[in-house]
Ligand binder design. Structure first.
Ligand SMILES: [Zn+2]
Length: 91
């Protein structure tokens, strides 16, 4: 019988550390950790990736914030008021 779900694999080296922390639409949680996206790991990676072009990072995050606001409005009953802080104030 192979119908039982596979048991969780032991992760001595924590493979999540190597996985990119990407947003899971439409709820905008992180795909690799329990935090909301951008989680601390994602922020760190974005700051490293855009270290020479912080303006491009703000533009990129602004576009994602607009997308998140639109999608979250459809799945949540109350508006998410802190998207600006979550997506942009830390840059
Ligand atoms: Zn994460």
């Amino acid at each position: 019988m192979t119908s039982s779900p596979r048991p969780p694999q032991s992760t001595p080296d924590d493979p999540a550390a190597d996985r990119p922390h990407l947003p899971m639409r439409p709820l905008w949680g992180c795909g690799s950790c329990p935090a909301e996206w951008p989680c601390p790991t994602a922020r760190h990676a974005l700051l490293a990736e855009y270290r020479n072009d912080r303006t491009a990072l703000r533009i990129y995050l602004g576009a994602l914030m607009a997308e998140a606001a639109e999608q979250l409005a459809q799945v949540q009953t109350h508006p998410t008021a802190d998207l600006h802080r979550r997506f942009l104030l830390w840059v």
